[in-house]
Design a binder for this molecule. Structure first.
Ligand SMILES: [Fe+2]
Length: 198
């Protein structure tokens, strides 16, 4: 059975437009394509009754919780305190999408050799998708908290993390071997939220 965050089980009296397709709730393993992943994160973004009661922003660490896990997709809600960012990582071959629901985040993009290739900004209300080979680092470099919703398909593929990079995104003088892949299952689970937010 798909795992649904408790906040998804209590909706308003008026029935909203459906945003969780039968495919996104499937027990049959498969992959959801980018347009539907983007619609899924945008649809959840519009459901403020789902994420607003849940979201937290903590200075100690990036806050996240998984809203949905089925055989085809996983969806994460992430709270970014100013200054927080991910490591450089890929998504193990999964397709991904994100929608910003509060604030803004910057995304640094890298090639498969972990070299910086560019940056883009995602502002409130914007959605973006990324392909199976996408490598990035997402950061809140602003002065106010940000909130994002991310979807990945297939779910729970092992991610890979790049070497520590200089502040300007360049490689260090000594190449660091790729770290072993981490999965949500083996990553240290924080006391609030669960798994490894991507
Ligand atoms: Fe990511």
């Amino acid at each position: 059975m798909p795992l649904l965050h408790p906040s998804l089980l209590s909706g308003p009296a008026r029935r909203p437009e459906p945003f969780l397709s039968a495919r996104s709730l499937s027990d049959e393993p498969g992959r959801i394509e980018l347009p539907e992943l983007r619609r899924l994160t945008a649809g959840l973004a519009a459901r403020t009754d789902v994420w607003r009661p849940v979201i937290r922003h903590t200075a100690e660490r990036r806050w996240y919780t998984r809203l949905l896990l089925s055989a085809t997709v996983e969806v994460w809600l992430i709270g970014w305190y100013p200054g927080q960012q991910t490591e450089v990582h890929d998504h193990g071959g999964a397709l991904g999408a994100l929608t910003v629901v509060q604030g803004r985040v910057e995304e640094d993009r890298f090639d498969r050799e972990w070299a910086l290739t560019g940056s883009r900004e995602h502002v409130t209300g914007s959605s973006a998708g990324f392909g199976a080979a996408h490598v990035h680092r997402v950061a809140n470099r602003g002065s106010v908290a940000a909130t994002t919703i991310h979807a990945y398909s297939p779910p729970e593929l092992p991610m890979r993390y790049g070497p520590e990079l200089a502040a300007d995104g360049t490689q260090p003088a000594v190449q660091v071997a790729l770290q072993p892949a981490l999965t949500a299952a083996v990553a240290a689970r924080p006391p609030v939220g669960a798994g490894s937010a991507r």
